[in-house]
Each structure stands twice: as C-alpha cells, then as structure tokens.
Design a protein around this ligand. Structure first.
Ligand SMILES: *[C@@H]1O[C@H](CO)[C@@H](O)[C@H](O)[C@H]1NC(C)=O
Ligand SMILES: *[C@@H]1O[C@H](CO)[C@@H](O)[C@H](O)[C@H]1NC(C)=O
Ligand SMILES: *[C@@H]1O[C@H](CO)[C@@H](O)[C@H](O)[C@H]1NC(C)=O
Ligand SMILES: *[C@@H]1O[C@H](CO)[C@@H](O)[C@H](O)[C@H]1NC(C)=O
Ligand SMILES: *[C@@H]1O[C@H](CO)[C@@H](O)[C@H](O)[C@H]1NC(C)=O
Ligand SMILES: *[C@@H]1O[C@H](CO)[C@@H](O)[C@H](O)[C@H]1NC(C)=O
Ligand SMILES: *[C@@H]1O[C@H](CO)[C@@H](O)[C@H](O)[C@H]1NC(C)=O
Ligand SMILES: *[C@@H]1O[C@H](CO)[C@@H](O)[C@H](O)[C@H]1NC(C)=O
Ligand SMILES: *[C@@H]1O[C@H](CO)[C@@H](O)[C@H](O)[C@H]1NC(C)=O
Ligand SMILES: *[C@@H]1O[C@H](CO)[C@@H](O)[C@H](O)[C@H]1NC(C)=O
Ligand SMILES: *[C@@H]1O[C@H](CO)[C@@H](O)[C@H](O)[C@H]1NC(C)=O
Length: 394
C-alpha cells in the first residue's frame, strides 16, 4: 500500500463516525504518515480542515457560533442515551474529541475513575487521533480502553528516551495498574525513526507494567522499542505490532496469538550481511523468574534483516510456534547479545513454524527445535494462568 493510500485510509476512517466499524489494517507507512502529520497540518488546507473539525481545537479559531454548529452535527451521530447508566459491575465513560460526551481526552477520563474501584470502568473512545501522553496509575485497576478499530482510534505521542529521562518513561501510554484491557485501539509513538548508531532515540508506544492485561485487536506503532511488555501476565490477540529494533521488549510473561509482527527496519542491500533489527528483546534476568514471550499462530514480515530475538538479559526466554516468517529473518535467527556465556542460560525455541525465515538449518547452536512436550506449556492461555483472570472477548 502506498503512503498516500495509507494516509487517506486512516483519515477517511476519521471522517465519518458511522463507518467506524469498518476494519482497516494499517500498513507500515502509517508511522511515517503520522510523523509527518504536523507539517501536513500546516501545509494542506484540506487536511487542516479535517484536523480542525475532527482532531481537536485550535483556541484562536473559536468563533463560538461555528463551533457549536459543527458540534451539533457531529454529535447527532451518537446513539441516544450514550453512555448507558452504571450497572453493579460496570461504568462506561465516553471520550470524544468534539465534546459530544463526558470527556475530550483519554487522560481526563482515567483521572475520573475512582481509586481501587472493584467495578470495571469501560472508557469508550470515539474515532480520532488523540495527541496526548496517557498514564494509568497503579491505583486504578479494572480499566478498559474501547476504541472503534485499530485504524480508527489512536493514542499518539512522540517522547523519546532523551526527552523523557529514559526509554522506560517514553511511552505514549503507560499502564501501571492491574486488569487493564484494550480493544480495537492503536498506541503509537511518532518520534523520528532512529538512524543507525543514534543514541537516546528509543520511543515506546505503550508500557505495560501491570499484571493481567489483555489486548484484543490493537495496533502498536513505533520503531525502536515499540511495545514495552514490562512485567506481569499479558495476553495479545489479533494485534498489529510494528517496529524495528527490539520492538517487543521487557520481562513480561505474555502470550501473543494471531498477531502480525511487522518490521520497518531499513531494507538491507543484496550481498550485505548487516542486521538491523530484532523482533524481541526479552529481559528475563534469572532462572527463578517465570517470564517469557510466547508467539502462537503469528506472522512476521516487513523490511530489513532482523533477528527473532536478542538476549537483553542472560535468561531471556522466547518461543515462536505455528508462526510464518518471511526471509527478513536472518538464517542464524537469534543473537546472544555478543555474550557467549548467555548461550547456556537463554531459552529460545521454535515449533512448527513456516516460511523462508523459519528454515532452521543455519540457526545459532543454542536455539531449540522444540518437541511436542517441550512446546505444549507455551501454546495456550494456561501459559499466562488465563483461567485465573482472562475473560473471553465480549
Ligand atoms: C473490534 O473490531 C472487530 C473488527 O472490526 C469487530 O469485529 C469487533 O466487533 C470489534 N469489537 C469491539 C468490542 O469493539
Ligand atoms: C445490583 O445491586 C442492587 C443493590 O445492592 C441489588 O438490589 C440488585 O439486585 C443488583 N443487581 C444485579 C443485577 O446484581
Ligand atoms: C457521562 O455522561 C452521562 C450522560 O450525560 C452521565 O449520565 C454520566 O454521569 C457521565 N459520566 C461521568 C463519569 O461524568
Ligand atoms: C485518587 O488518588 C489520588 C492520590 O491519592 C488523588 O489525587 C485523586 O484525586 C484520587 N482520584 C479519585 C477519582 O478519587
Ligand atoms: C479489579 O481489580 C482487582 C485488583 O486487580 C481484581 O482483584 C478484581 O478481580 C478486578 N475486578 C474486576 C471486575 O475485574
Ligand atoms: C514532538 O513533536 C513536537 C511537535 O512537532 C516537537 O516540538 C517535539 O520536539 C517532538 N519531540 C520529540 C522528542 O521529538
Ligand atoms: C540524545 O542525547 C544525547 C546527549 O545529549 C545526544 O548525543 C543524542 O544525539 C540525542 N539523541 C537524539 C536522538 O536526539
Ligand atoms: C491463525 O491466525 C489467522 C490470521 O490471524 C486466523 O485467520 C486463524 O483463524 C488463526 N488460526 C487459529 C487456529 O487460531
Ligand atoms: C534451508 O536452508 C538450507 C541452508 O541454506 C538450504 O540448503 C535448504 O535448501 C533450505 N531448506 C528449505 C526447505 O528451503
Ligand atoms: C522432548 O525433548 C526433551 C528434552 O530434550 C526430552 O527429554 C523428551 O523426551 C522429548 N519428548 C519427546 C516426546 O520426544
Ligand atoms: C493448554 O495445554 C495444556 C497442555 O496441552 C493442557 O493441559 C491445558 O488444559 C490447556 N489449557 C487450555 C486452557 O486449553
């Protein structure tokens, strides 16, 4: 898909709230598009109208009368009596940038959730690109972010390791609470893509530091360090995850099912051997930690020449099962962080994968071809104790 088509697809999904149910699979150029967004806003009259109308307010544009009129026509497409009243188990808060319901920013809705509420609060977020850095504190468990599709609702910011005093704080969204759920929404970091050798350019789209989090139909967009799967038990299903270097990293115990993992590392010219990215950098530090990433029925594609994982910490643990891989995966497959002592302690396994990148003939010696019994603990939600907490998608 060309850059232009991708941008128009994303924008058109913002144009009409009523088509928000349309499912749009974004392609790699979305990141580039959003990176360029601020210059596009100022240079294109057509897009600046769209932005003004749908993506937020410019205070100096406020002729009250016009604003009100625009509001009424947008809000007419809201279902009547939305959001519905609280039930014993659930509250619904509504976020809409045009001011059609309770809140205009995601953070203001999070702020209004009671501390340590045992009820689930569903934060329903209308279509739009929400330019804000969002933090869900530890004191607010049981929050759901419900978007309108990963091509329609996005939370976007552009902090980097440099601008936020470290990679760990660069997330556009940071979740510290337990029992967080997100459905049909994208998380993006649109800081400039790092060039080779850049320092401090890591830019996280989301950090997930709470236990028992689930993501359904979500998008994660960034380059280096997109998805900080920091700690806790996490579930990802039908997600789209884009990045370049270590784009899924952290010390979580996580199951990824049916996800698309897309590399935007620079294409490597034919004949060159260089490697310019890695899907994972799992951070298990000791044998006592029950953590690791498991990918089941996923697909890996995109550009560059990349590793499946590199051993950020000595006991790094990652399994790929039933996953298709294109030839962007380098034949040795994995990297021990240039520390051969880690070869004894890392756990990198592959099981029933397919595609040109899954050829294990030239794999690094420490990589395991898992047999059925070795693979089985990683293949379903029991791996993350799902029976204790994972709800079916409703
Ligand atoms: C999420 O999006 C998918 C695909 O568009 C749709 O089938 C599903 O109904 C949506 N679910 C929710 C809860 O938004
Ligand atoms: C909700 O709580 C009220 C008051 O405690 C109770 O009367 C009612 O039966 C509850 N409803 C449900 C559906 O549990
Ligand atoms: C959200 O708006 C609805 C409808 O106006 C209202 O009943 C509800 O109390 C509001 N919720 C919050 C948290 O402000
Ligand atoms: C939650 O607790 C924080 C800090 O203790 C406090 O500032 C905030 O007002 C509380 N929020 C609500 C909605 O009660
Ligand atoms: C709310 O969160 C608490 C603490 O994480 C958890 O024990 C509880 O089961 C959650 N409740 C719901 C309704 O998800
Ligand atoms: C984020 O974008 C804003 C607006 O374009 C820019 O001023 C700021 O420098 C950017 N931050 C980083 C860390 O790139
Ligand atoms: C981050 O900061 C360091 C030290 O100030 C600087 O050398 C580096 O170029 C910065 N990186 C980026 C991507 O701006
Ligand atoms: C595997 O993933 C594909 C694409 O995401 C999906 O269509 C298919 O149903 C999945 N298979 C299983 C067994 O879940
Ligand atoms: C796997 O790779 C080896 C070494 O490059 C090659 O000889 C073999 O033909 C490949 N197998 C398949 C099925 O492509
Ligand atoms: C699987 O591999 C393990 C470790 O090498 C071995 O102990 C076990 O017997 C094998 N199981 C099967 C069914 O081959
Ligand atoms: C997951 O697989 C294991 C091993 O095959 C099995 O014992 C367990 O019942 C399965 N759990 C679920 C939730 O299907």
């Amino acid at each position: 898909m060309s850059l232009k088509r991708a941008s128009l697809t994303f924008l058109s999904s913002l144009l009409v709230v009523s088509i928000a149910t349309q499912f749009i699979v974004p392609s790699q150029p979305c990141l580039k598009y959003l990176t360029d967004l601020s210059s596009i806003i100022t240079s294109s009259p057509i897009i600046s109208t769209v932005i003004k109308y749908y993506l937020g307010d410019h205070p100096h544009d406020h002729h009250h009368h016009h604003h009100k009129k625009a509001k009424d026509s947008i809000c007419d497409s809201f279902p009547p009596d939305f959001p519905p009243p609280d039930t014993n188990t659930t509250s619904i808060f509504c976020v809409d940038q045009s001011g059609c319901c309770n809140f205009t920013t995601v953070q203001s809705a999070v702020d209004a959730v009671g501390n340590f509420s045992q009820k689930r609060t569903i934060i329903w977020i209308n279509s739009g690109i929400y330019f804000e850095k969002v933090m869900v504190p530890r004191t607010k468990p049981n929050i759901t972010f419900q978007g309108q599709g990963l091509g329609s609702t996005a939370i976007v910011w552009n902090d980097t390791a440099n601008s936020s005093h470290g990679t760990f704080y660069s997330g556009s969204v940071q979740v510290f609470s337990n029992n967080f759920i997100a459905k049909n929404i994208s998380f993006m970091n649109v800081a400039p893509m790092p060039s080779p050798g850049d320092v401090g350019a890591q830019a996280v789209a989301i950090r997930i530091a709470g236990d028992q989090a689930a993501f359904w139909g979500c998008g994660f967009f960034g380059a280096q360090d997109t998805l900080h799967d920091d700690r806790g038990r996490h579930y990802f299903r039908d997600c789209f995850i884009q990045g370049s270097i270590d784009f899924i990293f952290g010390d979580g115990r996580s199951l990824y099912e049916n996800c698309q993992l897309i590399s935007i590392a620079s294409p490597v010219p034919v004949g060159q051997k260089s490697i310019d990215g890695a899907v994972t950098a799992h951070g298990r530090a000791s044998k006592d930690e029950n953590t690791g990433f498991s990918f089941v029925n996923c697909s890996i594609g995109g550009t560059g020449r990349i590793w499946l994982g590199r051993a950020w910490r000595p006991f790094s643990r990652v399994v790929f099962a039933y996953t298709t891989m294109t030839d962007i995966i380098t034949p040795e497959g994995w990297n021990d962080f240039n520390d051969v002592t880690r070869d004894q302690t890392i756990f990198y396994g592959e099981y029933m994968c397919s595609g040109a990148g899954a050829n294990m003939t030239l794999r690094a010696p420490y990589v395991q071809r898992l047999n059925d019994s070795q693979a089985s603990p990683f293949l379903n939600s029991s791996y993350i104790d799902g029976d204790q907490w994972l709800q079916p998608f409703l």
